[in-house]
Design a protein around this ligand. Structure first.
Ligand code: AMP
Ligand code: MG
Length: 322
C-alpha cells in the first residue's frame, strides 16, 4: 500500500535532482525536475534514450502552463478543459525556461496533466513540473506496473508503487495548427473525440512531415520477435514455441500460451493488458515468438495497432526466423 510518506520522499528526491519512477494512468513514468537539466540528462542516460527524442513535461495545475509556454490559443484551453487531467499531450511553443535537453532543442515543448492522483500529488508536492518519459529502456516495452520498472530499470532512485495503470497505453500527442490539428501519436483520447471539440478542425495533410522526433518505426519491442497473426511467416512458426495475444479467442489451438486480451472484444481492456501481456510472454523461457492477432482500428484500436506494428516492425522479414 502506498503511503503519503512515500510521495513526500519522492517529491524531496525530485527537488534534489534525483529520479523517481511514478504511476500515471497511461504507463509508469521516469521523472525528474523539468527545470534541472542535469537531472533530465540522467533520464536519457538511464533509459539509453537518444538525445533527439524529447520528453513530455507533466503538470498538476493549469497555472503551471505559463512556466512552460506563452501560447494562448483558446483551443488549448478547450482541450485542457475536456481532457485534463488525462491521457492527452499538447505540443506547444516553449518558454526560454524549459531546458534544451527536455525538448531536444526544439522550439516546442510537450505538456500533459496526468490523470493519476499519485502523479498529481507528486508534482504538487515537488512544486515544479516533472519531465518524464516511460520508465523503460529506450525502444522496449512500456511499464504498466512498478514490478516492470523494478525489473527493467533497477538503476532508478525511487519507485512509487500504485499497482497496475488503468489505461495501459501512452498518451495521445496533439499539435495544433492554424487550420486544425495533427495527431503525432495515437492514444486513449481518439481523433473523433478531439474533432468533436474543435469545430471545423482540419486534419493536417498526411504528406506533411510529422513533427514528432522519436516516433520511430520500431518501438515498444519485446526482446523476442513479435509477429502480427496475418504475417505470412506465422504459419511457418512452431506454434509450441509461440505465445498468442488473442483478441477474438479464435484460432488459439496449438500455441504454447494464449492470453485472451479481452472477454468481450473490448479494446480498452486490451490496451490495459497489452504491455503486461508482452512482458509476460517475454519472460516465459518456453516462448520464442509472440504472435498478436490484429484488432479493429477504431477508437483506442488505432493506438493498439500502432504499438503492435512498431513492436513487430523489426521482424517482418522471413530472414528473421532462426
Ligand atoms: P515518451 O515520453 O516516451 O512517451 O515519448 C514522448 C514523445 O513525445 C517523443 O518520442 C516525441 O515523439 C513526442 N514529443 C515530445 N516533445 C515533443 C515536441 N516538442 N514536439 C513533438 N513531439 C514531441
Ligand atoms: Mg516511451
Amino acid at each position: 500500500m502506498l503511503l503519503h510518506d512515500d510521495i513526500n520522499t519522492a517529491a524531496k528526491l525530485i527537488v534534489e535532482g534525483r529520479l523517481v519512477a511514478f504511476p500515471t494512468e497511461t504507463v509508469y513514468g521516469l521523472g525528474a525536475d523539468a527545470f534541472n537539466a542535469r537531472a533530465v540528462a540522467r533520464i536519457f542516460e538511464i533509459k539509453q534514450r537518444p538525445s533527439f527524442d524529447p520528453l513530455i513535461v507533466h503538470i498538476a495545475s493549469l497555472d503551471d502552463m505559463s512556466l512552460l509556454t506563452s501560447d494562448n490559443d483558446p483551443r488549448i484551453h478547450q482541450l485542457a478543459n475536456a481532457f485534463w487531467p488525462g491521457p492527452l499531450t499538447l505540443v506547444l511553443n516553449r518558454t526560454d525556461r524549459v531546458p534544451d535537453i527536455v525538448t531536444s532543442g526544439l522550439p516546442t515543448v510537450a505538456v500533459r496533466m496526468p490523470g493519476h492522483p499519485v502523479a498529481l500529488e507528486l508534482i504538487k508536492k515537488a512544486k515544479r513540473p516533472i519531465a518524464a518519459p516511460s520508465a523503460n529502456k529506450f525502444g522496449k516495452i512500456s511499464p504498466t506496473s512498478a514490478e516492470h520498472v523494478r525489473k527493467h530499470l533497477p538503476e532508478v532512485d525511487f519507485i512509487l508503487d500504485a499497482g497496475h495503470t488503468t489505461i495501459g497505453i501512452e498518451s495521445t500527442i496533439v499539435r495544433l495548427h492554424e487550420t486544425g490539428f495533427q495527431i503525432l501519436r495515437h492514444g486513449a483520447v481518439t481523433m473523433q473525440q478531439i474533432e468533436q471539440l474543435i469545430p471545423n478542425a482540419q486534419l493536417a495533410s498526411q504528406n506533411e512531415p510529422v513533427a514528432a522526433p522519436g516516433m520511430l518505426k520500431t518501438h515498444y519491442s519485446p526482446d523476442k520477435p513479435l509477429y502480427l497473426a496475418d504475417n505470412p511467416i506465422v504459419p511457418k512458426l512452431n506454434k509450441q514455441k509461440c505465445g498468442l495475444l488473442s483478441f477474438t479467442g479464435h484460432n488459439t489451438q496449438g500455441y504454447h500460451a494464449v492470453v485472451l486480451m479481452t472477454e468481450s472484444l473490448d479494446l480498452k481492456e486490451y490496451a490495459v493488458k497489452m504491455f503486461a501481456a508482452m512482458h509476460h510472454m517475454q519472460d516465459n523461457p518456453d516462448i520464442d515468438y509472440i504472435v498478436a492477432e490484429p484488432v479493429p482500428e477504431k477508437g483506442i484500436g488505432m493506438a493498439i495497432m500502432d504499438r503492435l506494428r512498431k513492436a513487430a516492425d523489426k521482424y517482418t522479414s522471413p530472414d528473421s526466423i532462426q
